[in-house]
Design a protein around this ligand. Structure first.
Ligand code: SD4
Length: 382
């Protein structure tokens, strides 16, 4: 029994069995994020149909966008390397399989409402950057507002004062010691990672495979030291008829390279629903996670007969086989209201509301990763 296993046994939580009843709202994270759960549930308990599902998602996710849940959703919070806050969001309806999304949205606060506008008023699935902003303002009538706050400006100033470290640039001269802009390293001097990283990656057993080191891991380790660490909100709504919809909204990763769009607005990555089967949503290192279409794969797992818990664990495990240091999690619900969640190197929490329980229920997920806990444990917190 190694040290991690011993620690795992010590923090073992008995697995929770979920009482399923519809309608159900399931979303990532807890604390202020539960306001989104409650808001969405209030809507979906009074409504059915596509309008009801999308209203529940939109109003629930708007709650977090406007309350800046965890500092990682909505305006303020994480800015990119140039100091600008941009937003990624999507909505997907399980009945029609319609999707609307925005990536790198600038100067508009309610990104998920713009995503719904893309779904309802275009034949496209994803609009990005300044053009998405123009669509929101010129076609949908959204107000143009700065997404910066004194806190986000201060946080950016501290990062710049610290030499812009860590950052997401690689193989540029001085990118590990000073601020952008950078000059490409001369050919022949490019490195994919430090010797120590390469040694660790070697343990994956795929010599040809050199996963990219992500500062998200470093940033995440710092956050894990704090009592409340949060991330993107991803939500799955199952209405009284068992019909599904999902949505995600985030300001993405702090100090991301300008122009970077994460996993959140990508269908099958940020979230995914399949009629008659279930839906999943993801949080974590989107640059890694989007390479695996994790939400779609977990839903496909459920379609093949897995319980939501089993499907969530399977997909998280698949990512970890390639990227043992990745940090992320997935929450899943089936069309009957069954729930599951799994995380890797991340103290994930999530919340649910349904008629089966009194008010919002909060759960914590013991990471499947070797660092803490025992595979698959989900404990009710409140
Ligand atoms: C992203 N998945 O943009 C998101 C990160 C996250 O707040 O969960 N952050 O990669």
């Amino acid at each position: 029994m190694n040290l991690f296993t011993i620690i795992g046994v010590l923090v073992y939580y008995p697995a929770v069995s979920f009482a399923s009843a519809l309608p159900l709202v399931l979303n990532t994270w807890s604390e202020d994020f539960t306001g989104a759960t409650r808001t969405a549930f209030d809507v979906i308990s009074q409504a059915t149909g596509r309008g009801g599902r999308l209203d529940a998602l939109e109003q629930g996710l708007n709650f977090c966008e406007l309350h800046q849940c965890g500092g990682s959703v909505g305006f303020g919070g994480h800015s990119d390397a140039s100091g600008e806050v941009t937003l990624d969001a999507m909505v997907m309806d399980g009945v029609t399989h319609d999707v609307g999304g925005v990536g790198g949205l600038r100067r508009v606060k309610r990104a998920v409402s713009v995503a719904r506008g893309v779904l309802e008023h275009t034949n496209h699935s994803l609009l990005v950057g300044e053009a998405a902003t123009r669509f929101a303002i010129d076609f949908l009538g959204f107000e143009e507002e700065s997404l910066s706050t004194p806190e986000s400006v201060e946080e950016q100033a501290a990062w710049v004062a610290g030499g812009c470290q860590p950052n997401y640039y690689r193989a540029f001269d001085h990118c590990t010691s000073s601020c952008p802009p950078y000059v490409l390293q001369a050919p022949g001097t490019r490195e994919s990672g430090t010797g120590q990283q390469m040694e660790r990656w070697g343990r994956v057993g795929r010599e040809e495979h050199r996963p990219r080191y992500s500062p998200y891991v470093e940033e995440g380790s710092r956050q894990q030291q704090q009592p409340s660490n949060h991330d993107t909100i991803g939500m799955v709504v199952v209405d009284q008829e068992g019909e599904l919809a999902c949505g995600v909204t985030t300001n993405g990763l702090g100090h991301k390279v300008p122009g970077r769009v994460g996993d959140s607005p990508v269908p099958g990555a940020g979230c995914y629903v399949e009629r008659g089967v279930g839906g999943c949503a993801c949080t974590g290192d989107g640059d890694v996670m989007m390479r695996f279409s994790p939400s779609a794969r977990a839903v496909m797992g459920m379609e093949a007969g897995m319980a939501p818990q089993e499907a969530a664990e399977a997909v998280v495990g698949s990512i970890a086989r390639y990227y043992p240091d990745f940090r992320g999690g997935v929450v899943c619900a089936d069309a009957g209201g069954g729930v599951g969640a799994a995380a890797w190197n991340l103290r994930l929490s999530f919340s649910t509301q349904s008629p089966a329980t009194e008010g919002v229920q909060v759960y914590s997920v013991t990471p499947l990763g070797g660092k803490r806990g025992r595979a698959g444990d989900v404990a009710r917190v409140s």
